[in-house]
Design a protein around this ligand. Structure first.
Ligand code: MG
Length: 457
């Protein structure tokens, strides 16, 4: 077996034909359904099930639906929809939970099962542990024949989702501009809803890789090296902006009017620029590995930033607790609670277009207004023992820095920051450093490497 089946906080991910089989998917969904019955109690519980466009999607969806019905849960199947779209429907239909069949930005070989509770957020760590335990202990409470769950199809996700997104901006202002937009949906789940939203916003839309075939036209992660064709297309057709979604359309990367990929970190910074201006300040939340740009944007607009552990649910919960106007992650994930507590590429598109409409500036002009940082990501082999020794030494080395240990160790310096975290699934330590100068960011990473060498010899 090339790769292990990963069962983490947010769900399960594996390789189709190797370790993610319909039998496993059905049992995992039945464990989730059992948890919902045990806690929410009673009859009439429903779960919304949606999937991205992978060829294995219907197979896993059918298995998951069977698993849910086997424990008496009513299944509402949404078909091929975006991840944030499933969250919207869970809340809209009053379901007890949601399941999304997606492996997000991973290649076609993979698929996964992501869980949502009734509030539209992934289960917190303690709940995820309970669900996993029901699955491993096989403590599944199967229903008898008359009590098996019913099944229905619902194809109403796009209009419900799009209406919510239109509600957070002023569509007329965007319509006036008739922006020319190229949308690359990488043959994932986001094309249909993304194009409908842009049509509603009066954009002249050029679609790329629109059909949700699951045969991704390029590597699906929306990074610079994977979006060369989008950059070319934006230039060729004279578009004002290019958008790239990942296969389940929770992340968004942006290409400027010159055909230049601006980097996923800018998506949240630009959305924050819009939201802080609209709200004349306000609170935001971002994880500890997200660029400092959002702090600069907040400082300029009189807003604040709350830093959270990495993980979408951590950001979403901090946003709810602190009444944040915006939040997200540096990987192009923007969250607006009025639409739902999930990263949403449609939300990000609407906010960035309105920022352009309001300011009358091009996307490259808006990017120029943001401070430029260089972020370096690295990882080191380190088991738990080595990682803990390293963290202690790094803490000594940077004793003068502002320190945060909510998720690994984060050190803030006047000219940058360093974040070190160990992986839950592999014996590695991730190091992310950001500074105005690349050489400075590299210095922070080099200091960690030096400490590692000092310990391992
Ligand atoms: Mg994704």
């Amino acid at each position: 077996m090339a790769q292990e089946l990963i069962i983490s906080i947010s769900g399960m991910r594996g390789i189709i034909g190797e370790n993610l089989t319909p039998a496993i998917a059905a049992e995992y969904a039945a464990a989730f359904g059992t948890y919902l019955k045990n806690t929410a109690g009673g009859k009439g519980l429903s779960v919304c099930v949606g999937r991205d466009s992978r060829p294995s999607g219907q197979m896993i969806t059918s298995a998951v639906s069977a698993g849910l019905m086997s424990v008496g849960i009513r299944v509402i199947e949404l078909g091929i929809v975006t991840t944030p779209g499933v969250g919207v429907m869970v809340v809209n239909l009053g379901s007890a939970g949601g399941i999304i069949i997606t492996a997000s930005h991973n290649p076609i070989e993979y698929n996964g099962i992501k869980l949502l509770l009734g509030d539209g957020i992934a289960p917190p760590a303690d709940v995820a542990t309970k669900i996993r335990q029901i699955y491993f202990d096989k403590k599944i409470s199967y229903s008898d024949s008359p009590s098996c769950g019913k099944f229905e199809l619902c194809e109403n996700t796009d209009p419900v989702h799009i209406e919510k997104v239109l509600g957070i901006v002023e569509p007329e202002k965007i319509k006036d501009k008739c922006f020319k937009v190229v949308l690359d949906s990488v043959n994932g789940a986001g094309g249909r809803a993304g194009k409908k939203l842009l049509d509603e916003l009066g954009c002249r839309v050029v679609t790329m890789n629109y059909e949700p075939t699951g045969f991704f036209a390029h590597k699906p992660e929306p990074t610079k090296e994977n979006l060369v064709s989008l950059c070319d297309e934006v230039k060729k057709c004279g578009a004002e902006i290019g958008f790239a979604q990942d296969p389940d359309a929770d992340r968004l990367a942006i290409v400027d009017e010159n055909g230049i990929y601006i980097g996923e970190e800018y998506t949240l910074a630009l959305a924050a620029m819009y939201m802080f201006a609209t709200n004349k300040g306000g609170r935001s939340a971002a994880n500890l590995s997200t660029s400092r740009m959002i702090d600069d944007v907040a400082a300029k607009a009189g807003g604040t930033v709350i830093r959270t552990p990495v993980g979408e649910a951590n950001v979403a919960n901090a946003m709810i607790k602190n009444n944040c106007v915006i939040g997200g992650e540096g990987n192009g994930g923007v969250i607006d609670l009025r639409v739902g507590p999930i990263r949403n590429s449609l939300v990000a598109m609407a906010m960035v277009l309105e920022l352009m409409a309001e300011t009358g500036k091009t996307i490259s002009q808006l990017v120029d207004e943001l401070p430029h940082y260089c972020m370096i990501k690295d990882k080191f082999e380190a088991d738990a023992k080595l990682a803990s020794k390293m963290l202690a030494e790094v803490k000594k080395e940077f004793k003068d820095a502002k320190f945060n240990d909510a998720d690994g160790y984060r050190f803030d310096f006047a000219d940058g920051w360093l974040h070190l975290r160990t992986s839950n699934t592999e014996p590695i330590m991730r190091a992310i450093a950001e500074a105005r100068d690349e050489s400075k960011a590299r210095e922070y990473i080099a200091a960690v490497e030096k400490i590692r060498h000092g310990i391992t010899g």
